[in-house]
Write a protein that binds this ligand. Structure first.
Ligand code: FPP
Length: 239
């Protein structure tokens, strides 16, 4: 191993456990989502402090529509509140808000708030906070394939010359580097359709802590664990 500590440039998080956090306190599940949304800013600030340039959070999956309508509605409302309340903090931290997913299928009010906050922060250069919203890893690959087929039909790409890198250009945000580290909170050992293409060689870290309690100190533990990994990308790795 080299003696230079390896840094996390892109951290992605599956924010799980809001419901159990609330239930263990005798609260409604939506209270857990609210506490979870409040935690986003804390982790965004901590990530900046740890020099993480890209932070991507799984906020709403393509499968989350199966939840009771009241819970889906509460999550969408929380998203709007989050964008309204935390926009000044994002500006102060010089963070650019970004989003990936089937954004056109979000409820109109949430979609417009999102686009507004993205526009307002588009020139910020201090970090990128990407919210995965109505996001599914398989949906992203299907959507990329559709765009690719269109590009082939328009004669813009020769299918014989397609490679992993050029396929990657059709993903929701080709500017995002692959995540170095993916954290899942609340102890579940699943990927849950998150960043399937992008996390091919990401390091994984599972924390037993529920998302609303996952604080700066817990993040520091995850980063410490990452420091001790030997990333081989399928090769023999560093000596
Ligand atoms: C999982 O908890 C979490 C979600 C389904 C969505 C994550 C949403 C937030 C953190 C709040 C909104 C986010 C923003 C950016 C405004 P769960 O309900 O699956 O928990 P459980 O597994 O304990 O039931």
């Amino acid at each position: 191993m080299s003696d230079k500590p390896q840094t996390v440039n892109h951290l992605a998080i599956i924010m799980d456990g809001n419901g159990r956090w609330a239930q263990s306190r005798g609260l409604e599940r939506t209270a857990g989502h609210r506490a979870g949304a409040d935690n986003v800013l804390e982790i965004m600030r901590a990530a900046k402090e740890f020099n993480i340039k890209y932070l991507t959070l799984y906020a709403f999956s393509t499968e989350n529509w199966k939840r009771p309508a009241a819970e889906v509605g509460a999550l969408m409302k929380l998203l709007q509140e989050f964008l309204f309340k935390q926009l000044p903090a994002m500006q102060k931290e010089n963070v650019r808000l970004n989003a990936i997913g089937r954004l056109n299928d979000l409820p109109e009010a949430a979609r417009l708030s999102l686009l507004g906050a993205m526009k307002a922060t588009e020139n910020n250069t201090g970090g990128v906070l990407t919210l995965a919203l109505n996001y599914g890893g398989r949906a992203e690959i299907v959507d990329a394939a559709k765009k690719l087929i269109q590009a082939v039909k328009n004669g813009k790409i020769d299918p014989e010359k397609l490679e992993e890198k050029s396929f990657g250009e059709f993903l929701y945000d080709p500017r995002l580097p692959d995540p170095d580290l993916v954290i899942r909170t609340s102890g579940e050992l699943r990927i849950s359709n998150f960043l399937l293409w992008e996390m091919a060689y990401s390091e994984l870290y599972i924390s037993d802590v529920m998302w609303p309690d996952f604080d700066r100190q817990e993040l520091a533990k995850a980063l410490e664990s990452y420091q001790n990994r030997n990333r081989r990308f399928g090769g023999v790795g560093k000596k």
